[in-house]
Design a protein around this ligand. Structure first.
Ligand SMILES: Cc1cc2nc3c(=O)[nH]c(=O)nc-3n(C[C@H](O)[C@H](O)[C@H](O)COP(=O)(O)O)c2cc1C
Length: 259
């Protein structure tokens, strides 16, 4: 389908969703149009899409659902009949109801789904001590993403082809906790404050602090910190990371759904 202009819409705190969409776009051979990055904010001025466009919409899986903030920001965009490819990226556990949720949301916003995909990314909770889905998307994932892009057509993808349940599973709630900082290590560069999707961090006299009421556990601040001053050691996260490492380490592969 290389006769369209291709556009990107994504929420991607640690970058794996964005990388996956770029590989899919490469495969389509379409001319690149606009990028709407929902990671930091809803667009103040959304592009006017039309039936001449192909839009790749990518979001990470949080607890088998879309991140609430990402879904909310996406609702400010109108599809106007543009072809869309909903894509979710997850950390090797499962995507549960997230892909069908994104498919439904795209339809609600006036897009026309023509394909969908569930791809793999390094798990946001991955650490040196508890590595989870490390290095993904890797070369093999990106090759699959590109091949998927080559196969997209204009035909409608019916929802019956997309795995997931309705009603969707209940959304997970970050348990009123946030990343913490080692003030002795923090160099107060402020990079973490800039990348926080909730704009929920601030600088104190000694270090950049995140706030438990805002934090969505996306780990953007931890990944960008040049001196590794930030960690998320909340018991719920540690239990989940240990479980993932024990029961979900077998490599899963991308799944794609075409009309
Ligand atoms: C709060 C939270 C919940 C997550 N829930 C899941 C999940 O249910 N299943 C899964 O396989 N991965 C899960 N992940 C991992 C992310 O989906 C994965 O790391 C993804 O690649 C992150 O995308 P990004 O790099 O675009 O931010 C979760 C990550 C976070 C931060």
């Amino acid at each position: 389908m290389n006769n369209k202009i291709i556009h990107f819409i994504f929420f991607s705190p640690t970058g794996t969703t964005r990388t996956t969409l770029e590989a899919i776009a490469k495969g389509t051979g379409c001319t690149t149009g606009s990028t709407v990055n929902l990671t930091l904010e809803a667009p103040s001025d959304s592009p006017e899409f039309s039936e001449a466009d192909l839009v790749l919409v990518g979001m990470p899986v949080y607890g088998g659902r879309l991140p609430a903030l990402a879904a909310k920001r996406f609702k400010s965009i109108a599809g106007n009949g543009a072809a869309v490819v909903p894509v979710v990226v997850y950390g090797n556990r499962h995507y549960d109801d997230c892909l069908v949720e994104l498919y439904d949301l795209c339809k609600e916003q006036g897009f026309h789904p023509v394909a969908a995909g569930a791809f793999l990314g390094e798990h946001s909770f991955s650490t040196a001590a508890l590595p989870l889905s490390v290095g993904r998307p890797d070369a093999a994932d990106l090759e699959k993403a590109e091949a998927f892009g080559r196969n997209i057509t204009e035909e409608e993808l019916r929802v019956e082809r997309v795995p997931g349940n309705r009603p969707y599973k209940e959304r997970m709630q970050p348990a009123g906790s946030a990343t913490s900082v080692d003030a002795a290590t923090c160099i107060q560069c402020g990079k973490c404050i800039e990348v926080c999707p909730t704009q929920g961090m601030h600088m104190t006299e000694t270090a950049a602090e995140s706030h438990p009421d805002n934090c969505i556990w996306c780990m953007a601040c931890e990944r960008i910190c040049p001196v590794h001053a930030r960690t998320l050691t909340h018991e719920k996260v540690m239990v989940s990371a240990r479980k993932l490492s024990e029961f979900f380490s077998e490599r899963r592969e991308p799944e794609t759904f075409l009309a």
